[in-house]
Design a protein around this ligand. Structure first.
Ligand SMILES: [Zn+2]
Length: 399
């Protein structure tokens, strides 16, 4: 029984089913005629009248450190197995939005490995110099080879020669990769077989963009107390509660052992250090490990609901925060990361204005929890660092 079937076979599933099917019905009767309104039909419109600032262009040129322009053409049980890439948008399509939004460069983290990586670099990075940068990813299909540690280190070196600017680790490590690749027991993030990979990145000055764990709510039961209940109901496979999944704390502890063991390797810890719900924890790790920076991708919803704490965080760590969105062309399933003008305008509004109570994603219902956000009104000196100077330093390109 898979997770979806499991969910539907429980009482939980009844609610989940109602939400999922009702979500498809575009417009229901305006009046509920005394019937109970389902959660999926509830789309309250705020009547609050406050200042609304439109920020069509970023105040300074932007490097988006976290995008997904290409993805693997084949994966199984959450593990990317195909080197071949699927291209989600043409360079021309991307450049139009980039020029409108003052985006100097997009960093495509999921560039894959082998020929798929080379093809991607040729098609984007080399064809439009300075506008696109591509990261490589681990060659998990090689994982069962006895000399995998060495082969993986060599693959990173080869990827570097072929134009990769860094290494991306997706949450596959810790949550999907297993002892027999797609089956068996989960492989730990600090498994020593990856040590040569981390070290090679340090030696070659390639930053490691790392995503481990996921929002804390995904590790809690999908029940009436879960603040991301609707999101988990529509994507039951995003829940890491139960089964043999480690806890969020265990994943972060294993990740921290990697940071501690590889102090000469630079890590860009994605999604606000993988723990945007707890900036105290992220601050502790930034203080503890000088080799870390963080990005803000897909977490303006978290940062913007704690604007005073977030502003203090940006003030204190202004040299270590990178602009990122998780933008995915045509990623309509996840409005908080769909690549379009509106997405960037929300990020700019959050960073540059003191606007209050606005949507963190271009969607009718907030997709990552039913709340709205507040801008943090950063001064130009910090904006410049966050928009491009910090990323330029980590990527070894001119600011
Ligand atoms: Zn991402």
């Amino acid at each position: 029984m898979n997770r979806r079937e499991l969910l539907y076979s429980t009482g939980m599933g009844m609610i989940g089913g109602t939400v999922a099917s009702a979500a498809g019905a575009q417009s229901r009767a305006e009046s509920t005629n005394g019937r109970a309104l389902t959660l999926a039909d509830y789309q309250p419109k705020s009547v609050l009248q406050v200042k609304e600032t439109h920020v069509p262009r970023a105040r300074f040129p932007v490097i988006d450190i976290h995008t997904h322009i290409t993805v693997s053409a084949g994966s199984k049980n959450g593990v990317d197995l195909a080197a071949e890439r699927q291209y989600l948008a043409s360079p021309q399509e991307l450049l139009e939005v980039m020029d409108r939004k003052n985006i100097r460069a997009m960093v495509n983290l999921t560039g894959g490995f082998d020929q798929g990586l080379t093809d991607t670099v040729t098609r984007y990075d080399r064809a439009y110099s300075g506008r696109f940068y591509t990261f490589t990813e681990p060659s998990y299909p090689l994982f069962l080879k006895p000399d995998y540690p060495q082969l993986q280190a060599e693959a990173i070196e080869q990827a570097h020669n072929n134009g990769a600017r860094g290494l991306k680790i997706v949450k596959t490590l810790g949550l999907y990769l297993r002892s027999e690749i797609t089956s068996g027991t989960l492989v730990k993030i600090d498994d020593p077989r990856f040590d040569p990979m981390w070290d090679t990145c340090g030696k070659l000055n390639m930053p490691v963009a790392i995503h481990v764990s996921d929002p804390v709510a995904f590790f809690l039961p999908t029940d009436r107390f879960n603040e991301r209940y609707e999101e988990l109901s529509s994507h039951p496979d995003w829940s890491f509660h139960g089964a043999d999944f480690p806890s969020n704390a265990e994943l972060l502890a294993a990740r921290n052992r990697v940071f501690a063991r590889h102090l000469n390797t630079r890590f860009i810890v994605l999604h606000v250090g993988n723990f945007a719900e707890n900036l105290g924890n992220v601050s502790e790790n930034l203080d503890r490990f000088p080799n870390l920076t963080v990005d803000i991708a897909a977490r303006v919803g978290e940062l913007g609901r704690q604007p005073r704490t977030a502003r203090a965080f940006f003030d204190k760590y202004q040299d270590r925060i990178l602009f990122g969105t998780d933008a995915t062309p045509h990623g309509d399933e996840t409005p908080q990361q769909v690549f379009n003008d509106k997405l960037y305008e929300i990020y700019y509004r959050f960073l540059e204005t003191d606007d209050e109570y606005f949507d963190y994603a271009p969607a009718n219902v907030p997709p990552q929890g039913r709340w709205r956000i507040y801008g943090i009104n950063l001064p130009g000196s910090i904006l410049r660092k966050v928009y491009n100077e910090n990323a330029a330093r980590e990527l070894h390109i001119s600011a």
